[in-house]
Design a protein around this ligand. Structure first.
Ligand code: FE2
Length: 379
C-alpha cells in the first residue's frame, strides 16, 4: 500500500520547528539543450509558453544563449552553448537535452546557501549578485542528484522581467497558451539503492518531509518495477518525488532513463491546470504527443472513480487518467519523451482535492510506457 507516511508538521498539528529553508516556490527550471532557439519554439508553439526574455551574444554573453519562456507561474529557461568545450556543452555531450537547474525562490539566498551547506550540501557556487537598472538579484547554487543543481534565487530587490542581463521580449506572436498554471512536482530518477540517500538529503539538508512513499508492490508491472518517495517542503509548494529502479523481469523504465541520460536526473515536470479537458485538447491540437492507455482502462473507471465533474466521453476521447484518494480526485496524462532520447517528459495534472500522485494509474501507465520501451528495443 502507498501510505501517507509523514505529513508536514503543521498538517499533523505538531509543534513546528522553524523552517530553516523557507521556499516561496519554484523560481525556474533551466534546461541545457543542443539548440535553444528551436527548443524555445517547440515549447511556445506546442505547449503555449510565451517568450518573455532572452540573453545571448547580443546582450553581452560570449559562451551561451538563453531563452526564457513562461505560462502562468511556470518559467523554463532554455540554454545552449555557443561554442564547444564549456560546461553547458559538456553537460549536453553527457546527457543530451535535460534539466540542469531546479531553481528555488527564496527571500534570503545567502541564508539558504549557508543553512544547506552547513547541513552537508555540496556548494556549486557561492552566493553572488547580479545587477542592472531594474535592481539586483542574489543567487547561490548547491548540488542535488547527478549533475542537477538547485539555485536559490532572491529577487525581492528586482523589478525586471527575469534576471539582470536578460532583455525583455514584449510580444510573442508564436505562443498559443493552453491554461497551464504552475509546477505541481518535479520527479528525479536516481540509481540503484540511491533513493534513500536522496530522501535523507532532502530531509536533512533541505528540511523537507516525506509526503508519500510507494514500493514495488504498488508500482510494479511484470517488467517495470520502481520505488518512489515523495519529499515535500514545509508549506507544500515544492514537491520532489524520487524514483529508483527495482528488480523486475526485464529492464525497468528507470534503468532505461539512467542508461540514456547517462546517470541520475530529472525525469518529469508535472504542470498543473484547472481545466485539463481544455488544456489537453489544445495541446493535442498543437502536436503534443501523449502516452496511450488502452480503451479497456475506461471500462470500469466509473465504478473506481465515482462521481466526477468531467464527462467520461471527454476522458476517453483525450485518453486522460483519473484516480481518487480520501481527499478528492485527480486527472492526469503523460507526454511521450520530449527528446529523441527516452529521458525527460511532462505530466499534465488537475487536482480536485486529491493530494496524491495517481497510484491507481501506475499499472495502466507503466504498461503504456513498456509498450513504448519495447518499440525502442529497450525492454
Ligand atoms: Fe508525476
Amino acid at each position: 500500500m502507498a501510505t501517507i507516511a509523514e505529513r508536514p508538521a503543521q498538517q499533523a498539528g505538531l509543534p513546528q520547528a522553524k523552517d530553516f529553508l523557507p521556499l516561496n516556490g519554484t523560481d525556474y527550471v533551466e534546461f541545457y539543450v543542443g539548440n535553444a532557439k528551436q527548443a524555445a519554439y517547440y515549447y511556445r508553439a506546442a505547449f503555449g509558453m510565451r517568450l518573455v526574455a532572452y540573453a545571448g551574444p547580443e546582450t553581452g554573453l560570449r559562451d551561451r544563449a538563453s531563452y526564457v519562456v513562461q505560462q502562468g507561474k511556470i518559467r523554463l529557461v532554455l540554454t545552449t552553448p555557443l561554442r564547444p568545450g564549456n560546461a553547458v556543452a559538456d553537460h549536453i555531450a553527457r546527457h543530451g537535452d535535460g534539466v540542469k537547474d531546479i531553481a528555488l525562490w527564496v527571500d534570503d539566498a545567502v541564508s539558504a546557501w549557508r543553512e544547506t551547506t552547513k547541513r552537508g550540501a555540496r556548494s556549486v557556487r557561492e552566493p553572488w549578485v547580479l545587477k542592472d537598472d531594474d535592481g539586483e538579484v542574489r543567487m547561490a547554487s548547491i548540488a542535488t542528484y547527478g549533475d542537477t543543481i538547485h539555485t536559490f534565487v532572491e529577487r525581492k530587490d528586482y523589478r525586471g522581467v527575469f534576471l539582470p542581463g536578460f532583455q525583455a521580449i514584449a510580444d510573442d506572436p508564436v505562443s498559443r497558451p493552453v491554461g497551464l498554471l504552475h509546477i505541481d512536482h518535479i520527479v528525479g530518477n536516481v540509481g540503484w539503492n540511491e533513493m534513500n540517500n536522496f530522501v535523507d538529503f532532502y530531509r536533512n539538508v533541505m528540511g523537507f518531509d516525506m509526503f508519500q512513499s510507494f514500493d514495488d508492490k504498488d508500482i510494479s508491472t511484470e517488467y517495470s518495477a520502481l520505488m518512489s518517495k515523495v519529499m515535500s517542503n514545509g508549506n507544500g509548494r515544492v514537491k520532489f518525488p524520487i524514483n529508483e529502479p527495482a528488480e523486475g523481469r526485464k529492464k525497468s523504465q528507470i534503468e532505461e532513463y539512467l542508461e540514456f541520460y547517462g546517470g541520475p536526473g530529472a525525469q518529469h515536470l508535472a504542470l498543473a491546470t484547472d481545466d485539463i479537458v481544455h488544456t489537453v485538447s489544445k495541446l493535442r491540437e498543437q502536436g503534443v504527443e501523449f502516452l496511450r492507455v488502452p480503451d479497456s482502462y475506461y471500462d470500469d473507471l466509473k465504478q473506481r472513480i465515482g462521481k466526477i465533474d468531467e464527462s467520461m466521453d471527454d476522458l476517453k476521447r483525450l485518453n486522460l487518467l483519473a484516480d481518487r484518494d480520501d481527499e478528492g480526485y485527480l486527472l492526469q496524462i503523460f507526454t511521450r519523451p520530449l527528446e529523441d532520447r527516452p529521458t525527460v517528459f511532462i505530466e499534465i495534472i488537475e487536482r480536485k482535492g486529491a493530494r496524491s500522485f495517481g497510484k491507481g494509474n501506475f499499472k495502466a501507465l507503466f504498461e503504456a510506457i513498456e509498450r513504448e520501451q519495447a518499440s525502442r528495443g529497450n525492454l
